[in-house]
Ligand binder design. Structure first.
Ligand SMILES: NC(=O)c1ccc[n+]([C@@H]2O[C@H](COP(=O)([O-])OP(=O)(O)OC[C@H]3O[C@@H](n4cnc5c(N)ncnc54)[C@H](OP(=O)(O)O)[C@@H]3O)[C@@H](O)[C@H]2O)c1
Length: 306
């Protein structure tokens, strides 16, 4: 048997529990993986609450990204063998918060030695989203990128990608994230009322790209700072960004490999600032659900020997 953290009903965190299941066996296009570390994302609690739809069969395992060691290779999968260290997107419903899971082979890449399992677990969703949001609108060096929600898992990586490309990065977050956001090389601007005035002090002509990671009213406040409505990309709120004439984030599996290479060469740090053991998965979800995460939260499931 193998441990997995699940939700048993759609709704609040009281429906989450650690349980046992048979080790899942990979189907076509999947890899069986012994999980060393699993990323914790806002999507996880949104799936549990029903906000991201109710398509999962209950009880449903939590967690959509993981890093670990291949234990079985499904039909039709090429390029992976048992024993490979990998990172990737969890096959829908298999759960990353688990001792053993299934990864979708098309969204899985080898884990370079230079990247720990813990950092690797932050790449498939948060890393590739940071990559997508900083490349969806092509900017030249010197152009400006405003990241709304810069102190969280995606935002800190996006700010560092912006630095690599020599963009002028403005990181918007709460005052207690000032130092963290500035450590990426970004200019910190406090979130909340008066945002437009504060940004205009730095960029009087507006922003070349707004990358939104918050949505709702915070997106409505940041979007008009872009030089054109189409220069707003949101990963957090498709309905509002479309209403405002901006773009919904587009993320593809190839981006996982691209950002893995950038991280491998030390150009971007996934900035995992909090780890929990699997038995405290509920605390990890609660921290992310609270909405003011510092950096990335990861579950360390098997201690990283490397
Ligand atoms: N579409 C996709 O493929 C995709 C993939 C990954 C993530 N996402 C979405 O992208 C969003 C961010 O993900 P994440 O993993 O980075 O989340 P996260 O780690 O929880 O970080 C969110 C950050 O936003 C900040 N924030 C909250 N309210 C804010 C406001 N009004 N103004 C500025 N910053 C504010 C938070 O802290 P402070 O307020 O303290 O600064 C926090 O640092 C989530 O909605 C997630 O679901 C989408």
């Amino acid at each position: 048997m193998s441990k997995v953290y699940v939700f048993t009903e759609y709704g609040g965190p009281e429906n989450q529990e650690l349980t046992d299941r048979e080790v899942p066996q990979p189907g076509p296009g999947e890899l069986g993986v012994r999980v060393h570390a699993a990323g914790v994302n806002p999507l996880d609690w949104k799936l549990r609450s029903g906000a991201a739809g109710r398509s999962r069969t209950l009880p449903a395992a939590l967690g959509e990204e993981a890093a670990g060691t291949v234990t079985a290779v499904g039909e039709g999968v090429e390029g992976f063998t048992v024993g490979d260290e990998v990172l990737g997107l969890v096959a829908p419903g298999a759960g990353g918060y688990a001792e053993d899971t299934l990864l979708a082979a098309e969204s899985t890449v080898p884990k370079p030695e230079e990247i720990s399992f813990i950092d690797g677990a932050a790449i498939p969703i948060a890393g590739s989203t940071a990559y997508a949001g900083t490349h969806q609108v092509e900017l030249e060096p010197g152009q400006s990128l405003l990241i709304n929600g810069a102190g969280g898992g995606v935002g800190l990586m996006a700010a560092q990608i912006g630095r690599v490309h020599k963009f002028q990065v403005i990181g918007v977050g709460s005052e207690d994230k000032r130092g963290l956001i500035k450590s990426t090389g970004a200019t910190f601007v406090a979130s909340g009322q008066g945002l437009a005035d504060r940004v205009h002090q730095v960029l009087p002509d507006g922003v070349d790209l707004v990358f939104d990671l918050v949505g709702g009213q915070a997106l409505r406040s940041a979007a008009p700072l872009a030089k054109d409505p189409s220069l707003v990309v949101s990963a957090a709120d498709a309905g509002t960004v479309e209403e405002l004439g901006g773009q919904v984030l587009r993320r593809t599996p190839e981006m996982i490999g691209k950002i893995t290479g950038v991280i491998q060469y030390g150009l971007v740090d996934p900035t995992v600032l909090t780890t929990y053991p699997l038995k405290q998965a509920g605390d990890a979800v609660a921290q992310v659900e609270e909405g003011h995460t510092r950096g990335k939260v990861v579950l360390e499931i098997i201690a990283d020997q490397g």
